[in-house]
Design a protein around this ligand. Structure first.
Ligand SMILES: Cc1cc2nc3c(=O)[nH]c(=O)nc-3n(C[C@H](O)[C@H](O)[C@H](O)COP(=O)(O)O)c2cc1C
Length: 213
């Protein structure tokens, strides 16, 4: 049966409508549970789902952070000042803990301290890793791209991947065992659903390099 469509011109809708539509349509979104360090040494943690990987040679991640009341969020300010951050993968067993870190803690208060989140030192960057996350990526800031009036895209180069033995066999990450949690529109989260397998039809990025050599 054909669809009946509602068409909304972007020029005619307000910011919150655009936000609501994007968050409902672009799903499921992976969640970067980002740890940063303030110049005063306060460890900050907060979740961000406007996030993805954007390059693999070298590996890079991008996260979009919106402004809050015209000011940078703590994570954005710490990234701009320290030029380093850690992306911890948010998982089902720790969904509520991750969710609590989205509350508006003042910059001088550490979410990890207030919520008792155990940390591990990083190898190449100053911000620590979230110990319960089965995968953590240490990042150095590469690019800051201002997008319109409210958003900034931070692109970071991954300097190190830390992978728990529970999810990594030395070659592949077992995404099912990792139990990632995803963000939907509104107050909703989702876990991985049914998994489908199909043969890879294109040259995979990890083989195209060999073919060129
Ligand atoms: C699951 C989830 C995903 C979120 N994704 C984003 C995002 O992509 N960009 C953003 O600016 N805020 C996002 N937020 C809101 C921030 O987490 C929230 O503003 C937080 O207070 C920022 O903390 P900070 O000031 O310590 O950086 C998200 C919140 C949740 C719960």
């Amino acid at each position: 049966m054909p669809h009946d469509f509602t068409t909304l011109c972007a020029a005619e809708i307000d910011n919150s409508t655009a936000y609501r539509l994007l968050c409902g349509i672009v799903v499921p979104r992976p969640i970067a549970w980002i740890t940063t360090l303030s110049p005063q040494g306060v460890v900050n943690a907060a979740p961000f789902s406007s996030y993805n990987y954007v390059a693999h040679s070298p590996p890079m991640l991008a996260v979009n952070i919106g402004s809050r009341g015209g000011a940078l969020k703590d994570t954005a300010r710490n990234i701009e000042q320290g030029r380093e951050f850690v992306v911890n993968v948010a998982t089902l067993p720790h969904m509520d803990l991750m969710h609590q870190t989205s509350a508006e803690f003042p910059p001088e208060q550490s979410e990890t301290e207030a919520l008792g989140i155990a940390l591990l030192p990083s190898r190449f960057v100053k911000p620590p890793r979230v110990a319960v996350a089965p995968a953590q990526m240490e990042c150095r800031l590469r690019e800051v791209v201002r997008l319109g009036e409210l958003n900034t895209l931070y692109i970071g180069e991954v300097l190190a991947f830390h992978l728990s033995d529970h999810i990594f066999d030395g070659k592949n990450v077992d995404s099912v065992k990792m139990q990632p949690i995803a963000r939907l529109g509104g107050p909703f989260y989702a876990a991985l659903g049914e998994i489908f397998e199909r043969p890879v039809l294109q040259t995979p990025p990890d083989r195209s390099q060999h073919l060129k050599d």
